[in-house]
Design a protein around this ligand. Sequence first.
Ligand code: G3P
Length: 217
Amino acid sequence: MKFFVDTAETSEIRELNDMGMLDGVTTNPSLIAKSGRNILEVTKEICDIVEGPVSAEVTATDFDGMMREAAILSKIADNICIKVPLTPDGLKACRMLTEDGRQVNVTLCFSANQALLAAKAGATFISPFIGRLDDTGLEGMELISEIRTIYDNYGFETQILAASIRTVNHVKQAAMIGSDVATVPPAILKALFKHPLTDKGLEAFLADWAKTGQKIV
Ligand code: G3P
């Protein structure tokens, strides 16, 4: 499963990329607003850090406006992936952009039927929002499972990009189901490394090693 990081904070992106953990980045208008930076400037900086796809979202809601914004965003770098909302205009833009050779991430997916439509529109990635479904009392992870089945039934090449990931368990479940990608907030990505038995074991090894007085030189 590929790891994307869901943030527009370049210091976090740089740190995770240096660890060799990043296959891409996703941003959205809320994350850009949180960064306090200009969308074109911050997105360009992200594209220079990471080799993989960097999702940049259009904010227009009509087809023509989306295409105009997509043309501007596409010029930022070759690894830009245009993010469009799962609406009729968004899927029309998706079809047009993918036919033009662009990568497209269809976002705000909350049902298997929506994911089916996105695949038929040629989406590169579909972003089902797990955490936001959990927030409503539904089981968000079931949606990943349903989409996996549908895409496998018909051999759709659209990659499932599990989004709105809130816990380390979400990451594990998405991987077990066979999600192609998970886009994960930086804190959750870092938490994946942690286990108390790893810390305890390392402490014991180092204490025993100190007793030997040896050094590996
Ligand atoms: O990039 C979209 C998505 O991951 C949003 O997550 O936590 O705001 O529901 P969240």
